[in-house]
Design a protein around this ligand. Structure first.
Ligand code: NAP
Ligand code: MG
Length: 486
């Protein structure tokens, strides 16, 4: 049979030109306010950089207080005049449309995410972008069923939501924030992180194409004071923040007594626990995925490994062996496992912690490799021989750095795993259901995985205990954060 000529466009990610072809990137991005592209009132723009080669991808507008005020006014007008008045079924149609347009442009979104954030294309393509679309689909489904979501209650939106997101999952965090807020009938002012504005701006284009009424979603880019201008704006009813615990504490103080509803998704130092009866090869894959997924820039990363003493040697040997096969390289290459560190600042932070670990007397192992030149890279790293009080055991590093501790009994590992100011996530690897039940009941963390790690789904709530924040995103709980229940 004659071979049919493929009409599929071939796209070579590795040699993708950054401003041509199927990725449409402008040289300069303005603010998305009231459904229009608006110049920043200061006239200032900052560079968005590709951390894999330090090249400027585009210039992005720096919003100040007066721009944030414009965005809040646009959001308020859209809330009063349109979004709070149209039927929930109408709202759902727009959210479905955004989800479908995102799917149509999934490849472009994935490439831009990898360019701007340094994350590997396999992850942007197979995890971040599909999950982001699924969040819109999932919450679109709830928009006209709110009385079933909260039976016997009158459900009202909150008004204007101010949303601030970090740089580790730029598009996905925007989806986690925007989709439930829209479904519940709120309007939005969202600020992406300084180093990763581009997919949020692409989402603004998609939102415009979807015909969503002007001002329902506003995207203000910036850094420095931009986030605080949102937090402190008097006409905002809700703040949703994902980022570091330090900034979360500032926001908690700033919003106290203002009547603003607040949810905080903050840092973590999650325990990944391997019992001696666990399927060890699977567990090793779970450890690798737990700490090296997205270069370890994951709030719920399994960054503290606990291995039962009698299997510790074999697990560490298998882990080192597996680490040798990890490919560190160009984020746009489909075969790359570990991409670039998001920014110079973050690479400096990680290297600072590696130095502290060595100074504390811990033993280090790194994947033997030549790091790619010209970008921000860090070899996958593990440390053994620390004490529970070591700085690298206690503090969030937010990079591809794993600490390994051993334990003898279940009680001991529960005590050690809970001995942290954080409480975002944990993982448990064992063959016994009773052990899973025992450990998952006693671990103080918002999300606990058994025999898997870093699995996310829009139907499942996500969020922390203790200094990892409060409130939940995802599932029905995520909707609750955006409604008033009477
Ligand atoms: P970050 O420094 O706290 O920044 C997060 C966002 O807040 C950025 O958009 C930032 O803007 C903005 N911001 C900074 N100072 C502010 C202020 N005073 N008021 C209002 N907004 C302010 O965190 P990051 O370094 O981007 O992200 C890494 C952290 O996020 C890690 O700790 C990680 O664990 C956490 N995280 C948590 C979750 C979760 O679900 N729990 C998910 C992902 C990440 P600029 O930096 O652009 O100025
Ligand atoms: Mg960037």
């Amino acid at each position: 049979m004659a071979k049919k000529k493929s009409n599929q466009i071939k796209w070579d990610y590795a040699s993708a030109p950054e401003s041509t072809g199927h990725i449409q990137l402008k040289d300069r991005y303005d603010l998305f306010i009231g459904g229009k592209w608006v110049k920043p009132s200061s006239g200032k723009y900052f560079d968005s950089i590709n951390p894999a080669n330090k090249k400027v991808i585009a210039k992005v507008a720096h919003a100040n207080g007066s721009d944030v005020d414009k965005a809040v006014k646009a959001a308020r007008k859209a809330y009063d005049e349109i979004w709070s008045r149209i039927s929930p079924a109408e709202r759902a149609k727009y959210i479905y449309r955004i989800a479908r347009l995102m799917q149509e442009r999934a490849r472009e979104l994935a490439v831009i995410e990898s360019l701007d954030a340094g994350k590997v294309i396999r992850e942007s393509r197979d995890v971040d972008v599909p999950l982001a679309c699924n969040h819109f689909f999932y919450y679109a489904g709830w928009a006209d069923k709110l009385e079933y979501a909260f039976p016997n209650r009158r459900v009202e939106p909150l008004g204007v939501a101010g949303q601030i997101i970090p740089w580790n999952f730029p598009l996905l965090m925007a989806a986690w924030k925007i989709a439930p807020a829209l479904a519940a009938g709120n309007t939005i002012v969202l600020k992406p992180a300084e180093t990763t504005s581009l997919t949020a701006l692409k989402l603004a284009e998609i939102i415009k194409d979807s015909g969503l009424p002007d001002g329902v979603v506003n995207i203000v880019t910036g850094f420095g004071d931009t986030g605080a201008e949102i937090v402190n704006h008097k006409d905002i009813n809700k703040i949703a923040f994902t980022g570091s615990t330090a900034v979360g504490k500032i926001i908690q103080k700033a919003t106290a007594g203002t009547g603003k509803k607040l949810t905080l998704e903050l840092g973590g130092k999650s325990a990944n626990i391997i019992m001696d009866d666990a399927p060890l090869d699977q567990a090793v894959e779970g450890i690798i995925n737990g700490i090296f997924f997205n270069q370890g820039h994951v709030c719920c990363a399994g960054s503290r490994l606990f291995v039962q003493e009698n299997v510790a040697d074999i697990v560490i040997e298998k882990l080192k062996h597996r680490m040798k096969s990890l490919i560190i390289g160009d984020p746009l290459d489909k075969n790359t496992d570990i991409g670039a560190i998001n920014s110079k600042e973050q690479l400096d932070t990680i290297n600072k912690y590696i130095k502290i670990g060595l100074k504390e007397g811990a033993e280090m192992y790194q994947t033997p490799c030549d790091l790619p030149k010209g970008g921000y890279y860090c070899a996958p790293t593990l440390f053994t021989g620390m004490s529970q009080s070591s700085v690298i055991v206690q503090e969030e590093i937010f990079g591809p750095v794993l600490t390994i501790q051993t334990f003898r009994t279940v009680d001991e590992v529960i005590q050690k795993a809970n001995n942290t100011p954080y409480g975002l996530a944990a993982g448990v690897w064992t063959d016994k259901g009773s052990r899973i039940f025992n450990l998952t009941t006693k671990l103080k963390a918002g999300v606990i995985w058994a025999n898997t790690y870093n699995k996310f789904d829009p139907t499942s709530p996500f969020g922390g205990y203790k200094e990892s924040g409060y409130g939940r995103e995802g599932g029905l709980h995520g909707l609750e954060a955006y409604v008033k229940l009477k």
